[in-house]
Design a protein around this ligand. Structure first.
Ligand code: IPE
Ligand code: IPE
Ligand code: MG
Ligand code: MG
Ligand code: MG
Length: 346
């Protein structure tokens, strides 16, 4: 086994100091260029987020370490020619993201009695897709952002041409990585590839990004906004969970439960992202705060206000928890991560 998936037996009494040090890893960035990037992120209230004896921060730290090692092995080394592209790919990939999607993938595999080892190709593939989408999202032609994961954006360091190509390369890399997954009796390789292609494609992630851009400065209805958020964000979180379940040869009933959980948690994730853009500082987020209002983006707070947005995110998270019923109490990691994502501060 590449990494220990030590199941769900995590200690209950985590000391505040430990949480403080863990939160830095879970939420922040390894190298900091924003002047005072204090990595606050998880407040004291999150200490009580240890649900059913499960500590989501400890899980994120452990899963991130495992995923980082695997990603580094899957990707061409920075010295491989042409160096610029491999450096650029690694620059964004290892800039210090929270690794939420891989964590959900591994937690889903655990819930279906699978192993991290078998789920790792899927977990790494979704992180490659996610990182590519961020590099492109930050381009001047899209959201035009200067900071990401606490560092200057890819195009600020490598220039726009290389940033476009680094995104392209990570998108392609994702499928190369996924192709190394072991198949199971229920899920063959074409089903795995189809899963990733669909969530990243022009009817899901790209559809959401297109709609997000096209609706800048426009009055958008709540149902249109839901369309955008379900596609640009929720689809990939959902696919991450499903690939985790598939790696464990999960039953159709469990796959459906993971889809429902992922759909709701994924939507809540983007609602919270919209809120944090307003309530947090750039230092806390590791990306430019207040960008949505400046770009006149359609967001939940812009349509229903911050308080109602929080209520919506809570309701979506409760719905997500209900979806976990078929696991009969064996999806504590997923439940705990869902709770963590609702209460996150970066
Ligand atoms: C940011 O995702 C983009 C959204 C879909 C909201 P994350 O908040 O997971 O970003 P990283 O991976 O931690 O940088
Ligand atoms: C990004 O949404 C979604 C994708 C990259 C697919 P946002 O534009 O809201 O993400 P941030 O706020 O820049 O991280
Ligand atoms: Mg965007
Ligand atoms: Mg953006
Ligand atoms: Mg955002």
């Amino acid at each position: 086994m590449i990494c220990g998936s030590t199941s769900t037996t995590i200690q209950t009494g985590v000391l505040r100091s430990r949480v403080e040090s863990q939160k830095n890893r879970a939420c922040s960035n390894e190298v900091v260029f924003l002047t005072t990037l204090s990595v606050s992120a998880i407040s004291a209230k999150n200490i009580s987020r240890i649900t059913h004896g499960f500590d989501p921060i400890e899980f994120l730290e452990r899963s991130s370490a495992c995923v980082n090692r695997a990603l580094s092995e899957f990707l061409p080394k920075a010295q491989v020619k042409p160096r610029t592209i491999h450096k650029a790919m690694r620059y964004s990939l290892f800039a210090g993201g929270k690794r939420i999607r891989p964590a959900l993938c591994l937690a889903a595999a655990e819930a279906c009695k699978g192993t991290w080892e078998l789920a790792l190709p899927g977990a790494c593939a979704v992180e490659c897709i996610h990182t590519y989408s961020l590099i492109h999202d930050d381009l001047p032609a899209m959201d035009n952002d200067d900071f990401r994961r606490g560092k200057p954006t890819n195009h600020k360091v490598f220039g726009e041409s290389i940033a476009v190509l680094a995104g392209d390369a990570l998108l392609t890399q994702a499928f190369e990585v996924l192709a190394q997954a072991k198949t199971t009796s229920r899920y063959n390789m074409s089903m795995l590839v189809l899963e990733l292609a669909k969530v990243a494609g022009s009817q899901q992630l790209i559809a959401g990004q297109v709609s997000d851009i096209e609706n800048e400065g426009k009055k958008v209805s709540l149902s249109e906004l839901r369309f955008i958020h379900e596609r640009k964000t929720s689809a990939l979180l959902c696919g991450s969970l499903r690939l985790g379940g598939m790696s464990a040869n999960c039953s159709p009933e469990h796959l459906k439960a993971l889809s429902d959980f992922g759909h709701n948690v994924g939507l809540a994730f983007q609602v919270i992202d919209d809120i944090l853009d307003i309530t947090q500082s750039s230092e806390q987020l590791g990306k430019t705060a207040g960008k949505d209002e400046a770009s006149q983006k359609a967001t939940y707070p812009s349509i229903v206000g911050i308080n109602k947005s929080r209520q919506i995110a809570k309701k979506l998270t409760s719905k997500a928890f209900s979806a976990l019923k078929p696991f009969k109490g064996n999806a504590v990691a997923l439940e705990s991560l869902g709770d963590y994502l609702l209460n996150r501060e970066c």
